[in-house]
Write a protein that binds this ligand. Structure first.
Ligand SMILES: Cc1cc2nc3c(=O)[nH]c(=O)nc-3n(C[C@H](O)[C@H](O)[C@H](O)COP(=O)(O)OP(=O)(O)OC[C@H]3O[C@@H](n4cnc5c(N)ncnc54)[C@H](O)[C@@H]3O)c2cc1C
Length: 824
């Protein structure tokens, strides 16, 4: 036997894919257990109709789907195919949806998926049952199709079994045994899985238990934020127009998102899936056991009344259904999550316990491959999994009420057209900074990020708009926008503004080994004088960017790390020395931060403190503890907007006092409160990257233009060897584009991110973040481009809905390349 002893819990399409992929990598001491009987043990995979639409706004999700298609299309079971590549057609029945299909076409193109926009006639040629008077057009992906989920389970398990994997059906896992980790840390480690038919020793347990996941994860004390929700699937009787159809499926799978519906053929019948009914969540403890379930645990009784609107609408879209009847239906259970992404990865504090949960059939084989690589190699380079990592959640996002509310809402919105800035509506407000009352008083328009209420702009600044010529973006880009955003950005560069930076993740790293720990984790120099601040990266062993952070040394053994999110906390915690000689603590909730930025920032600050804040005494990229009036503050001289100023941190209880003190002192200097809209515009002008949008795990520092943040002189840091090896091998580059033909063409060049970039008619890259630079007067888009197309002056085009906007590669940064403002 090679590899550790692995137990995979669940033989649905995810567990089967994982067993196959793990064994393909040479591990063979693997046991797959399932409580039901194979090949259809009774979970979601046992009755999924298997539609695989690959197009997704997420590059990773599209890539996971593509892998699934490619794998299943090459797989058969005794000569019977595991994938029917009939193509996928999404139709529009409203002008809004038609525009949305253009946006979706853009995503597909950005991620390298062949997709085509069709007129009504072409849709009918592919799917003759469609009503020509209802359909306005469509999006067609020729490689989409139908996964035969049960067959795929069996075929993948058989491959695994041929490599020595054991498969135990009718074994219910009732406990997972853990014990204290031998490394002396506070973690636990898995030892065995207890089933109703005996104990299985295990070094590694992977929970692929579908919507039972929370129950299984609960066995090791882990909270898994997903909810089983029932979703209606019905089958017609024979449709006369399909009489005699010999193939299982001939027409493309079909989506009618305007009415929350999808369709597939099955010989002379049509399967209809519906998301338009009310959410029907089920408590995982209320799911029937395999013996108690009438059909199978994941199949609930079809509630025909809920389906009535779907049936009526289906007869409108596909008039031939008027001659058919509904023959059968189920309310079938599967998992929804709070942000629509799967839950993948290792538990935070139980070594050897992993999850692969809330995965659609569409992404199943891709997830199997990604998980196998992650488990065997210790990291996954083939797919960027930052959106899927199970450790991405903030504590409030794991509360049962939050999970239930968000999962139900995501069911309701599954086919909705969502603007990139659209915030969740409920539950809100959740996290509020101490400044919230003042902000509301200034007419803040709040959006939401990670539970935080964040002002996008302040209505009280409306008078600033007068006498400024502010270009207006097109109606789509103008959602969640106001000309006040522009005025706030301009006033920041002219005078001074206060930005609420409380939502920025702050971690404290401390302990006698803190310096050595950070030196190993961080590409910059942490071992500099007290008061130093360094910008750098957290890298994985392959040199992939895990995060970009600022590290401020506040004491001999105490650092404040400005990070990006919960994954940074997880990453650092996971790498701590087990002997407790360094610790990481999340400071975010108990503290707050104001960014005081603009040419008059020093004029505001200086009279409020006895500390000398002159340029000579308080240099750029330095930090000091000081008092602002009665408020003790950690001041870091940094600015993400590219202006003179400070990030001012204090404890949450004193936040309001800090706000009021700065606000009062700032009046004579024309201070304003400014929101996230202005912030984003200013940071784009300055070329500051945003982790998760501009660069992620899949990129290295050279590609991302962040080589300056890597101190190769340091003998050792995580990712150093790979980073050195990747130097000079750059084939793609994060590049700055100016959008719109000429200066002064207005904001009619504002794109929002994820749009494809074309060289002539060839798609060559995609936009990451974008916006209007209100102080340089140009629309800006950052984009990943092939290195050979990234030289300044190169003319390209950006696909924005049905338009191609001219774009020119520009030298960056666009604003203050000499850093005069920041160092003033
Ligand atoms: C009606 C319906 C239509 C759908 N349509 C589509 C579609 O068209 N396209 C698409 O991509 N997806 C679709 N889905 C979603 C898709 O079916 C699921 O997301 C997917 O099948 C989940 O696979 P899984 O392997 O994670 O879970 P499952 O298939 O549920 O497998 C989990 C397995 O774990 C086992 N298990 C759980 N607990 C234990 C335990 N304690 N001990 C032992 N074994 C245990 C279960 O018996 C089960 O076999 C649909 C789902 C439904 C319900």
């Amino acid at each position: 036997m090679t590899g550790p002893k692995v137990v995979i819990i669940g033989a649905g399409v995810v567990g089967a894919a994982l067993a196959d992929e793990l064994s393909q990598r040479g591990w063979d001491d693997i046991t797959v257990v399932d409580q039901g009987s194979l090949p259809a043990p009774g979970g979601s995979s046992s009755h999924a109709p298997g539609l695989v639409f690959q197009t997704n706004s997420s590059k990773t999700m599209t890539r996971l789907a593509r892998y699934t298609v490619e794998k299943l299309a090459a797989l058969d079971l005794d000569g019977e195919p595991c994938f029917l590549q009939v193509g996928g057609l999404e139709v529009a029945t409203s002008p809004q949806r038609q525009a949305e299909l253009h946006r979706r076409h853009g995503w597909a193109t950005s991620w390298g998926l062949d997709a085509r926009l069709l007129d009504t006639e072409a849709c009918l040629a592919l799917h003759p049952l469609l009503d020509p008077d209802t359909v306005l057009g469509g999006l067609y992906v020729p490689t989409d199709g139908l996964a035969k989920a049960v067959r795929a389970v069996e075929a993948q398990l058989r491959q695994a079994q041929r490599r020595g994997v054991r498969v135990l059906e009718r074994h219910e896992v009732i406990d997972v045994v853990t014990e204290p980790a031998p490394d002396g840390s506070a973690d636990r480690v898995v030892r065995a899985v207890i089933t109703d038919r005996g104990r299985l020793e295990a070094d590694l347990v992977v929970c692929c238990a579908g919507f039972w996941g929370p129950k299984v994860a609960g066995m090791v004390g882990m909270t898994l934020p997903l909810t089983p929700l029932a979703h209606q699937l019905a089958w017609t009787g024979p449709v006369p127009a399909l009489a005699g159809q010999q193939q299982e499926a001939r027409r493309p799978i079909l989506r009618h998102q305007d009415a929350d519906l999808y369709y597939r053929d099955r010989y002379d019948q049509i399967g209809i899936g519906y998301y338009g009914h009310k959410p029907m969540p089920v408590e995982v403890d209320d799911v029937l056991s395999v013996p108690a379930a009438e059909v199978m645990p994941s199949v609930l009784t079809f509630t025909e009344d809920d389906f009535a609107p779907a049936w009526k609408e289906s007869q409108r879209l596909l008039p031939a259904l008027g001659e058919a009847t509904l023959e059968s239906g189920i309310n079938g259970l599967f998992s929804f999550t709070t942000d629509d992404f799967p839950l993948l990865g290792p538990a935070a504090d139980v070594q050897g316990f992993w999850v692969a949960e809330a995965v659609w059939v569409t992404h199943s084989a891709g997830v199997g491959a990604a998980m196998a690589e992650w488990i065997v190699e210790g990291h996954c380079s083939s797919f960027d999994l930052h959106e899927c990592d199970v450790n991405r959640f903030e504590p409030h996002q794991l509360t049962p009420d939050y999970v239930l509310a968000r999962d139900c809402q995501n069911f309701v919105e599954v086919y909705d057209i969502k603007h990139p800035l659209q915030p969740m509506e409920a539950p809100r407000p959740l996290r509020t900074s101490p400044f919230q009352g003042r902000q509301a008083g200034l007419g803040a328009v709040f959006l939401e990020a990670n539970g935080w209420e964040r002002p996008q702009w302040y209505e009280s600044n409306v008078s600033l708009v007068e006498r400024r010529s502010i270009p207006r973006p097109d109606p789509w880009a103008a959602r969640y926008w106001s000309p006040i955003v522009a005025a706030e950005a301009q006033v920041t560069r002219e005078r001074v503004a206060m930005y609420d930076m409380t939502a920025l993740k702050r971690l404290e790293v401390s302990g006698r080994a803190a310096t050595a720990f950070l030196q190993e984790m961080f590409t910059g120099n942490a071992d500099a004088s007290i008061g130093s601040v360094a910008y750098g990266l957290l890298l994985d062993v392959e040199g992939g960017i895990r995060s970009d952070v600022t590290v401020a040394r506040l004491g001999r053994d105490r650092y404040q790390v400005g990070a990006n999110g919960a994954l940074d906390l997880d990453w650092l915690t996971r790498h701590l020395p087990p002997d407790g000689s360094a610790q990481v603590r999340d400071l975010t909730a108990g503290t707050c931060c104001i960014g005081l930025w603009g040419p008059r920032a020093r004029d505001v600050l200086a009279p409020l403190t006895r500390t000398d804040v002159s340029n000579e005494s308080f240099k750029y990229f330095r930090g000091q503890q000081l008092a602002i009036g009665n408020v003790p503050v950690t001041a870091l001289r940094l600015s993400y907007v590219g202006e003179l100023g400070w990030e001012l941190y204090t404890s949450a209880d004193l936040g309001l006092k800090l706000w009021d003190t700065l606000w009062a002192a700032g009046q004579e200097h024309g201070i304003i409160a400014a929101g996230r809209g202005a912030f984003n515009s200013l940071r784009l002008e300055k070329g500051y990257r945003s982790f998760g949008t501009d660069m992620t795990f899949e990129h290295d520092v050279w590609e991302a233009g962040l080589g300056f943040a890597v101190r190769l002189k340091k003998e050792s840091f995580l990712g150093r060897e790979a980073t050195l090896a990747r130097q000079g091998t750059v084939r793609r580059k994060l590049s700055c584009l100016l959008v719109g033909a000429d200066p002064g063409t207005g904001a009619d060049g504002v794109v929002l991110g994820r749009e494809p970039v074309y060289d002539g008619d060839r798609a060559v890259g995609y936009v990451t973040s974008a916006g209007y630079g209100y102080t340089i007067g140009r629309a800006i888009a950052y984009a990943w481009l092939p290195a050979e197309l990234s030289e300044p002056g190169r003319q390209l085009r950006i696909g924005y809905f049905d338009r191609r906007l001219p774009a020119t590669v520009a030298a960056e940064p666009l604003f203050d390349p000499g850093m005069a403002r920041l160092r003033s």
